[in-house]
Design a binder for this molecule. Structure first.
Ligand SMILES: Cc1cc2nc3c(=O)[nH]c(=O)nc-3n(C[C@H](O)[C@H](O)[C@H](O)COP(=O)(O)OP(=O)(O)OC[C@H]3O[C@@H](n4cnc5c(N)ncnc54)[C@H](O)[C@@H]3O)c2cc1C
Length: 189
């Protein structure tokens, strides 16, 4: 049996438990409010979800994943929803839960000595570029979706993104809401 075939549609109790983790304000159940999370910008992929969750901390992400593991609920992480291959859109069954990173946008640390920036997984790339610039550094990754795409969403297509980035860009630990970007020789300061 594959891991995917072990997944179960979430019960009403499971959905309530997941919603309690983030609070009802950040748990989207209404079809109209869910719609933006269920289709991608070219309208090529449309899905359905049992729930959309918007955690506000690493602890909430951990609690969501713990509950999902225990109940065998499928989770679909979503950053800026700019991916071109539909991985951020749930399947049409409506049994999956979308976890949006849109509230995880803090810059946790800028270390000028090591030229690293530690940011939460939902920080938009353009903001990361601006923060680096204000610290006298150049964040070298740049692509057309940079005004929307969030830091963790960058990792799956990273090999394709590398040609856009002449300098080494390194990402560590995605689900922990922490990214560490090393801008290396690209520093301007
Ligand atoms: C105009 C345009 C130009 C683009 N140009 C390029 C380009 O030059 N090079 C390139 O490589 N790509 C390019 N892309 C596509 C690129 O994949 C996305 O812009 C970006 O990388 C996805 O980030 P996102 O936050 O929108 O992630 P989403 O689209 O939300 O998610 C992308 C994937 O990552 C997963 N994911 C998101 N967050 C997490 C997480 N925290 N943990 C685990 N998985 C996660 C999702 O489930 C999904 O499978 C472009 C897209 C657009 C619209």
């Amino acid at each position: 049996m594959s891991e995917t075939s072990k997944l179960r549609p979430p019960s009403a109790d499971t959905l309530d438990a997941l919603a309690r983790i983030v609070g009802e304000t950040h748990a989207v159940r209404d079809a109209a409010d869910m719609a933006p999370y269920l289709t991608e910008w070219r309208d090529r992929y449309q899905g359905k979800a049992a729930l959309v969750l918007k955690p506000g901390s690493t602890d909430e992400v951990s609690a969501i994943l713990k509950c999902a593991n225990e109940t065998l609920t499928a989770i679909v992480p979503q950053g800026g929803n700019t991916g071109l291959v539909g991985g951020q859109i749930p399947f049409e069954s409506g049994d999956e839960v979308v976890v949006s990173l849109e509230r995880l946008t803090h810059v946790r640390d800028i270390d000028l000595a090591s030229n690293t920036m530690t940011v939460e997984a939902g920080l938009v790339l353009q903001v990361a570029q601006q923060v680096a610039e204000s610290a006298g550094r150049l964040f070298p990754l740049s692509l057309a979706s940079e005004g929307s795409y969030r830091s963790a969403g960058c990792s799956p297509p990273m090999p394709a993104a590398w040609p856009c980035s002449p300098m080494a860009t390194r990402a560590i630990w995605r689900w922990g809401s922490k990214w560490c970007w090393r801008t290396g020789a690209c520093c301007t300061g």
